[in-house]
Design a protein around this ligand. Structure first.
Ligand code: BDR
Ligand code: CA
Length: 313
């Protein structure tokens, strides 16, 4: 396997599809999942992570993490997008497994320390678990292979406010720590995920090929699709979290730029991600004070959607 990963997630319809990819793709070795509040409450997130591994016939360790943001009160879960149960309110079978006794941050630290330079962290929910892991063991900055964050928006605008994307908005203080930690980080935000559309035809292929897992993915997709029809006027869905895995495995489908990231933590622009391009001098120096990171700004969206359908179809 080329990419051993920890998948930090708040499942969530698009998270569920990404989990299926992480379990099925031959180049990805899913070492474990860490869960966070976000699309759902933390217990539901952990339940869904366990369930999806079991439905795939590939249970992996699941470690429970953040139940709320680091500083501000929790924003209500987006039940109109993901349903009360995070999977489009479809009936779900029972779960047999249990979460790890270790919490998410400890699981991340232990796993990264055990395989220095090998493990990629792929985070597709609010970033409290990664922030807690950094606090527990700051040296992991130099031990991870890379960090991929589905979150933020540089030019596209937001999906929770005019400027803020949901994962960053839901815990902007954690995001500020994670995006400025100085580890090798790539931001996969709305600039690229909004260019990728998974169509009902793609989804039918996935449903037909993935057995009971495919039925859950397709059933939850139907609910999620209604939101995209109303919000963006498209017949299909943006597979946000799967795009982070596409970046990991197929980076040639993306165009990136480097610069210094800042997350706005207070006020009307709370949750906005701001990029100061590498080498650009500003009169006010504060925007260029953080370590360099990489940001995806363009993508071959059709190729990414095809990659998702081919991986699961
Ligand atoms: C992100 O927010 C969540 O609702 C999705 O699962 C995705 O991680 C998109 O803004
Ligand atoms: Ca997510």
């Amino acid at each position: 396997m080329k990419y051993p990963i920890i998948f930090d997630t708040d499942p969530g319809v698009d998270d569920a599809q990404a989990i299926a990819i992480a379990l099925r793709h031959p180049d990805i070795d899913l070492l474990g999942m860490t869960t966070t509040f976000g699309n759902v409450d933390i217990d539901t997130a952990t339940h869904n992570a366990l369930l999806l591994g079991e439905l795939a016939g590939q249970p992996v360790p699941v470690a429970q993490g953040s139940a709320c943001p680091m500083v501000k009160p929790r924003h209500p879960a987006p039940k109109h997008i993901h349903g009360d149960n995070g999977l489009g309110n479809i009936p779900l079978p029972p779960v047999t497994g249990q979460a790890e006794s270790r919490n998410a941050a400890q699981f991340i630290v232990d796993t990264v320390r055990a395989r220095p330079g090998e493990v990629s962290l792929v985070a597709v929910g609010p970033l409290g678990n990664l922030a807690a892991a950094l606090q527990l063991a700051p040296e992991i900055v130099n031990l991870v292979r890379q960090v991929v964050v589905m979150g933020g928006s540089i030019r596209e605008g937001g999906n929770v406010t005019p400027v803020a994307e949901a994962n960053i908005f839901n815990d902007a203080h954690a995001a500020q720590k994670v995006l400025t930690a100085g580890w090798p980080l790539t931001l996969v935000g709305l600039d690229v995920t909004h260019r990728c559309i998974l169509t009902p035809e793609h989804m039918s292929r996935i449903e037909a090929a993935q057995g009971s897992l495919g039925r859950v993915l397709a059933g939850s997709y139907d609910f999620y699709r209604a939101f995209y029809r109303d919000a963006l006027g498209i017949d299909g869905c943006c597979p946000h979290d799967s795009v982070a895995l596409a970046w990991l495995v197929r980076p040639e489908l993306f165009k990136t730029t480097r610069g210094h990231l800042t997350v706005v933590t207070e006020g009307a622009a709370e949750g906005q991600t701001i990029l100061a391009a590498e080498g650009r001098q500003f009169i006010e120096p504060r925007w260029s004070g953080t370590p360099l990171a990489q940001v995806c700004l363009e993508v071959d969206g059709a190729a990414v959607s095809q990659w998702i359908a081919d991986t699961l179809g």
